[in-house]
Design a protein around this ligand. Sequence first.
Ligand code: DQA
Length: 144
Amino acid sequence: MKILVLHGPNLNLLGKREPDKYGTNTLEEINNSLKTLATELNIQIEIFQSNSESELVDKIQQAIDGFDGILINPAAYTHTSIALRDAILAVNKPCVEVHLSNIHSREEFRNKSYLAPVCVGQVSGFGDKSYLLGLQALVGYIKK
Ligand code: DQA
């Protein structure tokens, strides 16, 4: 099984970026724990971060061949991007949306996700653990 892990804009600054909301772990540390979990689950992952919506769309499109599912933190594009939603629909792969913070307990504009309705589910509010929970849930969903 092969899963595409996508990180959206500004997540490259994790560790330095608003640590009260997003924690002190860097993206590299989060990616390392995802790689460790992937080894435990006996699956492969490919990880990609971009600040660009178009690069994220291109990457989702590439998941048509060779990937079984997508784990994504779309960051701010969660609340704006019909293009990312359409890309997920186009490739027709199971997708889990994750967020470090609880987007439902923050500003009203963060309460809405354009992607969640086309995802298997959403994990939000558990810090970097949201990624690990999301990966476990996605793999379980694909296996069932
Ligand atoms: C985020 C929540 C988004 O609202 C925000 O724009 C982010 C990070 C999170 O992981 O909590 O960049 O996706």
